[in-house]
Design a protein around this ligand. Structure first.
Ligand SMILES: NC(=O)c1ccc[n+]([C@@H]2O[C@H](COP(=O)([O-])OP(=O)(O)OC[C@H]3O[C@@H](n4cnc5c(N)ncnc54)[C@H](OP(=O)(O)O)[C@@H]3O)[C@@H](O)[C@H]2O)c1
Length: 237
């Protein structure tokens, strides 16, 4: 249970982060969600109710991240699901796009861990987000795979350096969240069907599948430095 625990969910306004915030509140936590869009934050806050508060934050801005943690003060658990990802064929993709991916998903999590850690209680934790393309190479995911692998390695090193704060990494597979809404609906459904057909579990993931794993990592005081794969057996295929 998470009674009297304060959880910060950066990226908590959508998808896996929002579902994790819901589950944390159901377990008794007070939750702070943060992301860039006021509109998304407002809509998430309406769904989460009075145990949630919301802050605008862009994790690519180091100064903003530092100021955010100075403002919120002491807390127990940090979860960073914030990311805006992209892909494309290696030779045809602008280098700038790959750099942007690192700015957003790698450096965003780096800043959050760096400026958040000093405010986390001794029994607290940090959960970072990697992804399946770090462990199963996929065409079109060269930069994203590299970013995800970098995040996993960062998290494992921080599990040593920031101890006794526990640091774990979640690596989702293909999950049906708003991050995939850029794809037209028909193409998206076709993609989900193809992926599901190949996976041992015969379905793509839902935000709640990943949120359950985050809640496990937050609550189990004997787990640190773990990369938890929540991907329906994708790596085995
Ligand atoms: N869905 C999948 O299939 C999948 C697969 C592998 C890994 N993952 C990883 O799982 C994590 C969560 O993904 P999701 O599917 O839940 O995505 P999502 O629904 O798009 O949610 C991403 C969240 O991050 C926030 N965000 C993005 N850039 C930000 C920034 N610079 N600063 C602050 N907030 C930012 C977004 O809100 P604003 O727009 O308001 O900033 C949003 O709340 C990500 O790390 C993603 O790479 C997802």
């Amino acid at each position: 249970m998470l009674q009297n625990q304060k959880v910060i969910m950066i990226g908590g306004s959508s998808g896996i982060g929002l579902e994790t915030a819901k589950q944390a509140i159901a377990l008794g936590a007070e939750v702070i969600i943060a992301s860039r869009s006021e509109h998304k934050l407002q809509s998430a806050k309406e769904q989460l109710g009075p145990k949630a508060s919301a802050y605008t934050l862009d994790t690519t801005d180091e100064g903003q991240v530092q100021a955010f943690f100075a403002k919120v003060g002491a807390f127990d658990h940090l979860v960073v699901s914030a990311a805006e990802t992209s892909g494309g064929p290696f030779l045809q993709t602008d280098t700038a796009q790959a750099r942007k991916l690192f700015e957003n998903k790698f450096w965003g999590q780096y800043y959050a861990a760096k400026y958040g850690a000093p405010h986390i209680s001794k029994n607290g934790s940090i959960t970072l987000f990697s992804g399946v393309v770090a462990y199963k190479a996929m065409v079109g995911s060269s930069a994203l795979g590299a970013v995800n692998a970098a995040v996993s390695n960062l998290g494992q090193t921080l599990a040593l350096e920031l101890a006794p704060i526990r640091v774990n990494i979640v690596s989702p597979g293909i999950i049906d969240t708003p991050s995939r809404s850029k794809m037209p609906e028909d193409a998206r459904n076709q993609f989900y069907e193809t992926v599901a057909g190949k996976l041992p579990v015969k379905r793509v993931g839902q935000a709640k599948d990943v949120a359950q794993s985050v809640l496990y990592l937050i609550q189990n005081g004997f787990v640190t430095g773990t990369v938890m794969h929540v991907e329906g057996g994708h790596i085995l295929t």
